[in-house]
Design a protein around this ligand. Structure first.
Ligand code: NAD
Length: 364
């Protein structure tokens, strides 16, 4: 019987990398009936809304989704559709592995990190008050009353909620993940020295979870986010699984993508209870849209994570090994994986996917 999986092509480079990943996933032989729905600018043009109801309904019904990146205007216009999907479905854990692959030029050759980012709250909750609005001025007055501190009257305000509930849930998830995938160490990342009641709560809750959960099997450590940024650049080999609040998770996962050769090779998953949406770490890179130029690897590797999630381990192995082989050969790869960006031997997005499919079909 075929799996029914929701497919969101997204916009910008989304449709191209999704097409490449879909073809590679299908080449493993796993039967999938794709339930294709649209979100983002394309949905806005067609239905007058960026996140039509049928998108969330489809994911709720199928429980698994492969998603291309979706553009979010900076500082104006609609809020992020990506964040809206994670929040509406309570996909509270964002899992972003950062692994070195031979053939990908990068600072290090031996990285094997997993970033587990809390996905439901923090400054990403979207609770914001615009500078100058009367509600913002009222809020400022209230905050000044309770905090006995002065806020400039022309300030905008973003709220950073961090709960014990969500902190406990994400750190438990990290421990369960570490046990399942045989990882050895979890590092909780925070800025609790400054934000005592938000990051402080995250840290305190993490310590409590660590005490209860298999602390004998998995080492538990702590680091401030600023120190961690430096340590990761200097000695990333000292770390294994990183668990972080939402905003730090966003930043540190891009840093980790940088350690393994860039956004073109960094996959991800947004996981909730019994439901998951798989997407690359990278965004919609609009300036490359429709050019058949960008690297499909991150999206294909997100497909590998998806196959593992639906317990198609053999197909996942086959696909990951095919990607590894293509990267290691370094021939049929996109411009970003060549020594020079203007290398005339670089291939397009779909041609790189073809090379992966050929590796799968030869079965090594
Ligand atoms: P981006 O990741 O889209 O692009 C940044 C740069 O990274 C690109 O210009 C390109 O040089 C490189 N890059 C990204 N993907 C690549 C690939 N597959 N192959 C080769 N190079 C690649 O980040 P941005 O420019 O900050 O964001 C563009 C849009 O995407 C914004 O609207 C943003 O909100 C959105 N975005 C969406 C998601 C998501 O859907 N989950 C994530 C991040 C950003």
């Amino acid at each position: 019987m075929a799996y029914k999986i929701t497919l969101i092509p997204g916009d910008g480079i989304g449709p191209e990398v999704i097409q490449a990943a879909k073809r590679c996933i299908e080449a493993t032989g796993v039967k999938i009936e794709w339930d294709e729905v649209i979100a983002g600018q394309v949905a806005q043009e067609k239905y007058g809304e960026v996140l039509p109801k049928n998108v969330l309904e489809s994911i709720k019904k199928n429980k698994v989704c492969l998603k291309g990146p979706i553009i979010t205007p900076i500082g104006e216009g609609f809020r992020s559709v990506n964040v809206a999907i994670r929040q509406a479905l309570d996909l509270y854990a964002c899992v972003r592995p950062a692994k070195s692959y031979t053939g990908v030029r990068s600072l290090y050759k031996d990285i094997d990190l997993v970033v587990i980012r809390e996905n439901s709250e923090d400054l990403y909750a979207g609770i914001e008050f615009e500078a100058g609005k009367s509600e913002t001025k009222n809020l400022i007055k209230e905050i000044e009353k309770y905090s006995k501190k002065k806020i400039r009257s022309d300030s905008g305000i973003s709220i950073k909620p961090i709960s014990e509930y969500a902190s406990e849930r994400i750190v438990k998830f990290a421990f369960e993940y570490a046990l399942k995938f045989n990882r050895k160490k979890i590092t909780v990342i925070h800025k609790a020295n400054i934000m005592k009641f938000t990051d402080g709560l995250f840290l305190k809750t993490s310590r409590e979870v660590a005490k209860k959960q298999n602390a004998d099997k998995i080492e538990f450590s702590e680091a401030t986010v600023d120190n961690m940024a430096m340590q990761l650049v200097k000695t990333p080999q000292n770390y294994d699984v990183l668990v972080l609040p939402n905003l730090y998770g966003d930043i540190i996962s891009d840093l980790c993508a940088g350690l393994i050769g860039g956004l073109g090779v960094a996959p991800g998953a947004n996981v909730g209870d019994g439901m998951a949406v798989f997407e690359a770490v990278h965004g919609a890179a609009p300036k490359y849209a429709g050019e058949n130029l960008v690297n499909p690897t991150a999206m294909i590797l997100s497909g590998v994570l998806m196959l593992r999630y639906i317990k198609e381990e053999e197909a996942a192995e086959k696909l990951e090994n095919a990607v590894k082989a293509v990267l290691a050969e370094g021939k049929a790869v996109t411009y970003d994986l060549k020594p020079r960006r203007d290398d005339p031997t670089a291939v397009g997005t779909q041609e790189m996917a073809d090379a992966v499919i050929q590796k799968i079909q030869r079965r090594f």
